[in-house]
Ligand binder design. Structure first.
Ligand SMILES: Cc1cc2nc3c(=O)[nH]c(=O)nc-3n(C[C@H](O)[C@H](O)[C@H](O)COP(=O)(O)OP(=O)(O)OC[C@H]3O[C@@H](n4cnc5c(N)ncnc54)[C@H](O)[C@@H]3O)c2cc1C
Length: 404
């Protein structure tokens, strides 16, 4: 039996069209450009490419055309993502967690007026959005947020603090969750809001995490938003958040990260091929080969599950698979980190200094793995979600989030 993915003649032609278009439209300085510490001039060029992709419907290819998306099928979207991948780029070609995750929640929970207002700027690449969820004392326990939103006439006034947010180079739109009801009414006292560009009272302070992740502490000081910014109704924010988090927990509408799963492992394999210790290449040690093959299998599982979830998300099908895929990716990266530590010792954890292994690239992989095991729901939380969905956890929350 042959499981190889084959493309139809139409898809092969579409690939040629995408490759040619990218050849004409992707600025050379954007090719292989970084997602972290992106110099502002490069970031502007990434955004420019995003707007051009948006104008063609290729920035959010599977999103509905009536709101500015591409209305394409998942195979066509995959072709776009693969062609961008050849240029070292993801889709979108810059960090846009609020767009990738938040737009789905609006499709599900927004009124027609909200969809018309909020979605086209996201799908066209005119705004980049951060998600303001985590607080200093509410991470895994997101239902425990204490940021408050108080109705005042036709507005809500939002006050609080969020942490580990976004990226470098700022954003123009923000999704947030805040408490609107009685603290005792857990899960039924939260609301979901959009905060637009330049809203007074919102500010941020950069924080740099392990793995060079650019994050921010965000301060909300009497931030006033119009009533239309409330999505899904007052005190219904937990359900809106559940849709958003379902995607973040691995039920992605982008598969860029999934397709990257092998890249970091390839770097580790190269290190083992190039490094000679006591006259022997690391790759020639049977124990190391054994571990690399195991990691390759993990990477492949994570890649295939990611692709499955990409398709499932576009079909609005769901069970425990989002968290399963997230769990597989996170644990795979942590296993890679353990092997790096074993193979290269302290040099594997150095990015510069006297003798970094593989010019510091392994340390970056290791640090990134530790960070990503936490971001978007920790490994433990993926296990909790899976067990509930499989019916081996407590009853509440077993049915999952609304996706359509
Ligand atoms: C790289 C990165 C990017 C991020 N980006 C964003 C962002 O853009 N926006 C945003 O809002 N947030 C973001 N976060 C925050 C992230 O969502 C939180 O760090 C995460 O949800 C965990 O919350 P916490 O850090 O408060 O840890 P805690 O919730 O305090 O957890 C501490 C430890 O306890 C464990 N634990 C907690 N509850 C349970 C449980 N019920 N069962 C078993 N174990 C449990 C956890 O697994 C963890 O090991 C980011 C974080 C990182 C590291």
């Amino acid at each position: 039996m042959d499981f190889e993915i084959r493309y139809t003649a139409d898809q092969a032609n579409f690939r040629k069209e995408v490759a040619a278009w990218l050849g004409d439209n992707c600025p050379p300085e954007v090719i292989n450009s970084e997602w972290i510490h992106t110099p502002p001039a490069i970031y502007e060029r990434q955004r420019e490419l995003g707007r051009k992709l948006g104008a063609k419907g290729w920035l959010y290819p599977v999103a509905p055309t009536e709101y500015g998306g591409g209305g394409l099928d998942t195979d066509s979207a995959r072709v776009i993502i693969e062609e961008l991948g050849k240029l070292g780029l993801n889709l979108p070609p810059y960090y846009d967690s609020g767009g990738v995750l938040g737009s789905m929640a609006i499709l599900v929970w927004g009124t027609e007026e909200q969809k018309q207002k909020f979605l086209p700027p996201i799908y066209k690449g005119e705004v980049r959005t951060w998600q303001l969820l985590t607080e200093p004392s509410a991470g895994s326990d997101l239902a425990g947020v204490s940021t408050s939103a108080v109705r005042d006439g036709d507005e809500y006034v939002i006050t609080g603090q969020k942490i580990y947010i976004g990226s470098d180079n700022g954003a123009e739109g923000f999704w947030t969750i805040a408490r609107t009801g009685d603290p005792k009414d857990r899960h039924k006292n939260l609301s979901w809001f959009w905060i637009g560009k330049g809203t007074p009272g919102l500010s941020w302070q950069p924080m740099r995490l392990l793995g060079d992740q650019d994050k921010n502490t965000v301060f909300l000081d009497d931030v006033r938003v119009p009533a239309i910014a409330l999505v899904g109704g007052e005190n219904n924010g937990w359900k809106v958040a559940s849709t958003h988090l379902e995607l973040e927990h691995g039920f992605r509408t982008d598969i860029g990260s999934t397709l990257n799963e092998h890249k970091t492992l390839d770097r580790l394999i190269k290190h083992c091929q190039e490094t000679v210790i006591d006259g022997e290449r690391l790759i020639d040690r049977p124990g190391i080969r054994d571990q690399l093959v195991r990691l390759h299998t993990h990477a492949e599982v994570a890649r295939v599950w990611g692709m499955r979830n990409f398709w499932m998300a576009s079909q609005r099908k769901q069970s425990y698979e989002g968290s399963q895929s997230s769990y597989a990716s996170k644990t795979h990266r942590m296993a890679m980190t353990r092997l790096i530590a074993e193979l290269a010792g302290p040099a594997g954890m150095m990015r510069n200094g006297p003798a970094p292994a593989a010019e510091g690239e392994l340390a970056l992989v290791a640090e990134g793995a530790i960070g990503s095991s936490h971001g978007g729901g920790t490994v433990d939380i993926q296990r909790v979600v899976m067990s509930r969905r499989l019916g081996i956890g407590r009853a509440e929350g077993q049915s999952g989030a609304k996706l359509a």
